[in-house]
Design a protein around this ligand. Structure first.
Ligand SMILES: [Zn+2]
Length: 271
């Protein structure tokens, strides 16, 4: 039987907390290190839906990508969304553990999983992480040049469906070979040299002004086309890889993953 402390140690081996960004808060959020863990359930977000799903499956640990309590917290009363999540987990005896940017930077991390699914070759991280070979984002080449719209369709096919789908800035028939990507919110890398020289940049949560600036650069021939995908969808792909890694390390622990959509948008009206 494994304890939560033992499972946490495995998690830290797979996704060392030392690799996390300085502003991040990965690790154990809820739970007693001495409690027994027989079943780990994986999700991108700790929200009431995924907590209820974990409790309904009798999971002892909900392992998520996004830390529930990232910023300063002064109360966890149940009239707050985060307090309600914490209370439901504690009452149900289910621990909560987050592997966030520490799981982004490793060679099997969120961006790498997306890059592999796109078939990118000659991959390398966009930033240099604390350990060799680690870092945020990926740049690589498609096995053969394709059109921007074909790349968008490929992304649409491999990502789970969401209301916002894949939004694109660039001519549909623009030829794309070098692709930079960052699973999750990657606007901080819009000015990265390897992003600027890529034919296309795939990421999430691009706001009006950064996206508009990047589009202007593209029109001047000095920046990539943009493909904006659902933040949740881009990171959900990683759960399968994470589950396989945990199963290899924890033979006596059942590992399941959530396919509940925790992307916040329920529908869109196409105009
Ligand atoms: Zn994220």
């Amino acid at each position: 039987m494994s304890t939560l402390a033992e499972v946490s140690a495995v998690v830290d081996r797979l996704w060392p907390v030392s690799g996390a960004e300085s502003w991040d808060a990965p690790g154990l959020v809820v739970g007693d290190p001495d409690q027994v863990v027989r079943h780990v359930h994986l999700a991108v977000d700790a929200v009431l839906d995924t907590v209820d799903e974990a409790l309904g499956m009798d999971a002892d640990l909900l392992l998520v990508h996004h830390p529930l309590l990232l910023r300063g917290v002064t109360r966890v009363s149940e009239d707050t969304t985060k307090g309600a999540v914490v209370a439901r987990l504690v009452r149900g005896g289910c621990a909560l553990l987050a592997a966030h940017t520490n799981a982004d930077v490793v060679e099997t991390g969120t961006s790498r999983v997306l890059a592999h699914q796109l078939g990118l070759v000659d991959q390398r991280a966009l930033t240099q992480g604390a350990a060799p070979g680690t870092g945020l984002g990926v740049v690589g080449r498609l096995p053969q040049p394709t059109s921007l719209v074909a790349l968008a369709r490929q992304l649409g096919d491999l990502l789970p469906p969401t209301a916002s789908g894949v939004r694109v800035a660039g001519e549909a028939d623009r030829v794309v070979e070098t692709v930079a990507l960052c699973a999750g919110a990657g606007d901080s890398l819009l000015g990265h040299p390897d992003v600027l020289t890529a034919d296309a940049y795939v990421t999430s949560d691009l706001r009006h002004h950064p996206a508009s600036d990047a589009r202007e650069l593209m029109l001047l021939g000095r920046g990539p086309a943009l493909l904006d995908v659902s933040h949740w969808a881009s990171e959900w792909l990683w759960l399968d890889t994470a589950a396989a890694q945990l199963r290899r390390e924890l033979h006596d622990v059942e590992v399941t993953l959530s396919d509940l959509r925790t992307d916040p948008w329920d529908f869109a009206v196409v105009q």
